[in-house]
Design a protein around this ligand. Sequence first.
Ligand SMILES: Cc1ncc(COP(=O)(O)O)c(C=O)c1O
Length: 370
Amino acid sequence: MHPWIADRTASFDSSGIRRVFDLAAKLKDPINLSIGQPDFDVPDEIKEATIEAIRSGKNAYSPTQGIAPLRQAILDEVQEKYPGQDRDVFISSGTSGGLVLAMLSLVNPGDEVIFLDPYFVMYPALVRLCGGVPVMIDSYPDFRLDPDKIEAAITPKTKMIIVNSPGNPTGVVASKSDQQAVAEIAAKHNIALISDEIYSRFFYDGEFYSPATDNPDTIVIDGFSKSHAMTGWRVGYVHGPPEVIATMLKIQQYSFVCSPQPAQWGALRAMEVSLQANVDDYRRKRDFLVQELSPNYELTSPGGAFYLFPKAPGQQGGEAFVERAIEHGLLIIPGKIFSKHDSHFRISFAASDETLQRGTELLIQLAKSS
Ligand SMILES: Cc1ncc(COP(=O)(O)O)c(C=O)c1O
């Protein structure tokens, strides 16, 4: 390691993802089912609002907490959803920015942070960056948020529980009763509860439920990246107890400074754009994939997001299977990147119908020859 590099950076690595990207770069016309963002473009009215913001000179820093009308619009929504709760809100540099600030604000060295395995790749990396200890709860084979397992993992060092429903990489939605139970456990043990709700709009069966409903101290992290295909624009938001929000803002002021101002004006417009057609379309894609792949793959039907996390066929393991798929021109992600286990793989159905058709045909063929 280069002598200048700080020790904390050695506590995690990103070689797994790099390897997939390296393999992908060699493919000429891949069937790409690996992408973690919608396949539709940013709606035109959002683009127009952002361009108008740039043209009219809204190009400076915004206040650290975000432009007033966007904060107010989100706060109005939050107050409607969680009446009577004392919650403050700020605009972060994407959901990732919110996660970074939450960890820096709450995790002391040695603190334990509980989340499910499989997990979103940033969780263990950020916990370690803060000197914390990731405590991963094995959720195979159904990826359920099991409150008993969560409670059993609590020690005097537990500082935080992260829930992510619908989840990346499984797409699985935690039931209302399981989330309620986890919300109560967090309150009972005085543990911070982070709810990463980035996929809340991609919800296919029933009503979205947030643990903030039952635990008013829940820190909710959400954003516009996935819902409005604005991943490159970096607009997210966080709401939670005012003192925690104030601490996160103090760090934002000396790090991200603010979310890009023109993109915040676009996000304000985005709040008026209906996503129903896109959600209906993704539900249809989910149904298609589950129906086509279920006979040949062990899988849990995802209630949200745009991912499917099937078990690799045969005894070969996830990584070996993904390498075989890539050799055949199909780009998918080995489950190992999101997990201690190397048994599954992630498919993203944020892709055109034609790509999904080609991808499923190949996957069925690969399962039959495994
Ligand atoms: C669970 C989860 N949280 C957060 C993020 C980060 O999103 P953003 O673009 O808002 O930083 C992602 C992106 O893949 C995600 O899957």
